[in-house]
Design a protein around this ligand. Sequence first.
Ligand SMILES: C[S@@+](CC[C@H](N)C(=O)[O-])C[C@H]1O[C@@H](n2cnc3c(N)ncnc32)[C@H](O)[C@@H]1O
Length: 215
Amino acid sequence: MEDERSQQAYEKDIAHPRFAAFYTWMSNRPQARRMEDPFRRATVGQAHGVVLEIGAGGGQNFPFYDAQRVTHLEAIEPDDTMLAAARRQLPHTPVPTTLTKAAAEILPFPDEHFDSVVVTLVFCSVRSPERGLREIWRVLKPGGNLLMLEHVRSQGKLTAWMQDAAVPLTTRLSGNCHWNRDTKTAVLSAGFQLVEAEDMRAGLLPVVRLSAVRP
Ligand SMILES: C[S@@+](CC[C@H](N)C(=O)[O-])C[C@H]1O[C@@H](n2cnc3c(N)ncnc32)[C@H](O)[C@@H]1O
């Protein structure tokens, strides 16, 4: 009962229709596709078996799942506008896919259920990264992999300061997006073992692509 109530509360609050519509439009622009698709392919292409994608947005990653490696995709997304966009992508998804309204902090799945969990450009926005990572740990099988692509806190002092200063604005305008989150450290603190991490781009929006396992 308590869990049911908190699940509804998490989902109810995540509604950014204008940002969702803008983001979906923008991420389909040819320039964005050219820039992002190789990173998406590199991240999603490592997923295997039964896969969970968290914060699927408008289904931007769906075309990149490899039907030879992935048997089923469970995709979750808490925002109704994003969810509707993701639903429109389902016919173009090369693997059997189920789309569910849910938030990272309370995953509606049993323990040790998934072989891979995919998360791209989401942990900047979740309300509780620690709770989200605890849930990912719970639903991943031991030995399962967590595949992430996230923009993160800058390692430079000045740019990190600028990111901190920008956060009140970015959270308001971009669906609770925090420019200053140290997601790699959060993943390690949650107990995952890092397999590889690639730092890409610098400046105000550095990006990390990482693969980690639940030991
Ligand atoms: C910037 S969009 C990224 C969408 C997509 N993953 C991509 O790579 O383009 C951030 C997404 O995270 C979702 N999100 C925000 N808070 C969340 C939470 N607590 N649990 C799961 N998803 C969340 C948003 O609704 C949105 O779809």
